[in-house]
Design a protein around this ligand. Structure first.
Ligand code: C5P
Length: 271
C-alpha cells in the first residue's frame, strides 16, 4: 500500500491535538510512530540505497538523502521515493553567501521534497534561505550544532559557548527567521521546545539504543529521551542501515518511539 505524502504531515501541533489514550491503552496508532522515524540513506551507492528501501518496505515512510548519496544519484532517488509516496528530507546543510543560498534553495524548492537543511550559523544565511523558499511547501530546517561536536570542537571553531547554549541561541534565531524547525541533538530537544513552543519542528539525529555503539556521534540520546523531550522526528542511520536485518532494526526503533509517545500521552492524560 502506498501512503499519500500529504497524509504524513506531522508536527508537534498534530501531536498535541491527539486524544488521550483509552484506559489501559499501551501504545499509539502505528502510523504516528512510524512517521516520526526518518532513516538516513547514507550508502556508498544508489543500488545499495534502493536495496535498503526495498527491504524496509512499509516499515519506513520517511527517508533522508544526504551528502554521501548526493554524489551517486541521490537526487534521482529522492524524486523516485517521493513519487512512491515516501517523504524525503534533503540533508544538504547549505552554507554560503546569501545570494548563493537563496538561489540554491529556490532551485531545491522545485524538487517537491519535504525538508531541506541549511546551517543555522547567522541571520543572513537563514533569511536568504527563507527568501529562496518563497511560497513553496518545502520545510526549512536549520542545523544548530552537529551531534558529533563537543565543547572542545566548538572552541576550535572559535566559540566559547557550550553546545547546549549554542544550540538554543541558533534555534531561537531560526525560529525568528521564519524557519520551520531545527536539527538538534535530543539532549537539547526539551530546551528548544520550551523556548520556541509548539509548531516548530525539532528533528534529532545522534540516536542510539542503550548499549549500542556510538560510531562518531558524541551528543547521543535514545529514541525515548528525544521524543519525550519534544522531538517531532528522530533520524537514524547506521543502527538501521548497517544492521543484519534492517527491517527488524527499524521496527525496533518504531516500537521505542511508540512507547515514548504512549508514555507522553499517559502523562498528558494524568495532568
Ligand atoms: O548513522 P547515524 O545514525 O549516526 O546518522 C546520523 C545522520 O544524521 C547522518 O546522516 C548525519 O549526516 C546526520 N546528522 C547528524 N547530526 C546533525 C545533523 C545531521 O548526525 N546535527
Amino acid at each position: 500500500m502506498q501512503v499519500a505524502a500529504d497524509s504524513l504531515q506531522l508536527n508537534s501541533r498534530s501531536f498535541a491535538s491527539l486524544p488521550p489514550p483509552a484506559p489501559g491503552t499501551r501504545s499509539m496508532p502505528q502510523s504516528t510512530a512510524r512517521d516520526r522515524l526518518i532513516v538516513a540513506l547514507d550508502t556508498p551507492s544508489i543500488e545499495e540505497a534502493q536495496r535498503l528501501v526495498a527491504a524496509l518496505d512499509e516499515t519506513v515512510s520517511f527517508y533522508k538523502v544526504g551528502l554521501e548519496l548526493l554524489f551517486s544519484g541521490g537526487l534521482d532517488l529522492a524524486r523516485a521515493l517521493k513519487s512512491n509516496g515516501k517523504r524525503v528530507f534533503l540533508d544538504m546543510k547549505l552554507l554560503d553567501i546569501g545570494n548563493t543560498v537563496e538561489r540554491a534553495v529556490a532551485n531545491a524548492s522545485e524538487l517537491g521534497l519535504d525538508f531541506l537543511t541549511v546551517h543555522g550559523h547567522d541571520l543572513k544565511t537563514l533569511r536568504a534561505a527563507v527568501a529562496g523558499r518563497g511560497q513553496s511547501r518545502l520545510k526549512l530546517l536549520a542545523v544548530t550544532v552537529l551531534t558529533n561536536l563537543t565543547a572542545d570542537d566548538l572552541r576550535q571553531q572559535g566559540s566559547a559557548m557550550s553546545p547546549g547554549d549554542l544550540v538554543l541561541a541558533r534555534a531561537r534565531m531560526a525560529h525568528e527567521s521564519g524557519f520551520d524547525g531545527v536539527v538538534a541533538s535530543g539532549q537539547e530537544a526539551q530546551r528548544i521546545r520550551e523556548a520556541v513552543g509548539p509548531g516548530f519542528l525539532v528533528v534529532t539525529p545522534g540516536i542510539r539504543l542503550p548499549g549500542s555503539t556510538t560510531d562518531d556521534q558524541e551528543r547521543i540520546t535514545t529514541p525515548e529521551s528525544a521524543i519525550k523531550g519534544g522531538a517531532d522526528h528522530i533520524v537514524v542511520g547506521r543502527p538501521i542501515t548497517q544492521a543484519d536485518d534492517p527491517k527488524a532494526a527499524a521496527e525496533t526503533f518504531v516500537h521505542h518511539i511508540r512507547e515514548a509517545l504512549a508514555a507522553l500521552l499517559r502523562g498528558a492524560g494524568n495532568a
